[in-house]
Design a protein around this ligand. Structure first.
Ligand code: PLP
Length: 219
């Protein structure tokens, strides 16, 4: 079942787009099934749950923390998390930098942007991001590698609106790349698209899609 769904989704995704299997709330046996079908990128939205699952699964999994992150949770995953998608404050960046240093790593992160027409979603706007990137405090962080941007579109059946929101995130990515990351090839990811809208996201420039229920079933 999981393998069938996984292959179905894979068939719709170009090779250069990374598929993150979002396994939040699902048992380890489901993740193992996806792993056995060749899946290596998994996304979780709670640190505690990700840590527990990581301990029970093979070490070559790339773990993505995709949910909203509190500073006091960073330390629990600092030794192994592959990419932190939901970074939306300087304070969080400072804590990630501190914990990465302790762990002897450089931590890859994405800046989360607010693109939806809803007030329930977290994220920065372009100006806030520029304030962070321009700050001396940010420039002092040595253990952070900003790899791109992440966003969630509105939960609506209006495809035109969703496409506009994805296009807006792609635009933000381009603006930041030009202004801050021209010499940084690691800045290349646009994490957007979920079960309901990943094809639209890919059409609008997504490089990473986060697909949960379409692979693992409803939650
Ligand atoms: C849960 C979640 C997803 C996956 O959602 P599905 O609709 O199940 O594909 C993607 N991104 C984030 C940030 C999530 O929290």
């Amino acid at each position: 079942m999981i393998q069938t769904q996984l292959n179905l989704v894979r068939a719709q995704i170009p090779e250069q787009v990374t598929l993150i299997a979002v396994s939040k709330t699902k048992p380890v046996s489901d993740l193992q099934a996806a792993y056995d079908a060749g899946q290596r990128h998994f996304g979780e939205n709670k640190v505690q749950e990700m840590v527990e699952k990581a301990a029970q699964l093979p070490a070559d999994i790339h773990w993505h923390l995709i949910g909203h992150l509190q500073t006091n949770k960073v330390k629990y995953m600092a030794t192994f998390v592959h990419l932190i998608h939901g970074v939306d404050s300087l304070k969080l960046l400072q804590e990630i930098d501190k914990q990465a240093k302790k762990a002897g790593r450089t931590q890859d992160v994405l800046l989360q942007f607010y693109i939806a027409q809803e007030d329930t979603k977290f994220g920065l706007d372009l100006q806030e991001a520029q304030e962070i990137l321009d700050s001396i405090e940010f420039q002092q962080l040595k253990r952070i590698q900003v790899c791109g941007v992440m966003g969630m579109a509105s939960n609506t059946s209006d495809e035109k609106q969703v496409a506009r929101e994805f296009a807006a995130l792609k635009n933000i990515f381009g603006t930041l790349q030009n202004k801050y990351f021209q010499e940084k090839p690691a800045f290349k990811e646009i994490s957007m698209g979920m079960s309901g809208d990943y094809q639209l996201a890919i059409q609008n420039g997504s490089t990473m899609v986060r697909v949960g229920s379409k692979i693992f079933g409803g939650r």
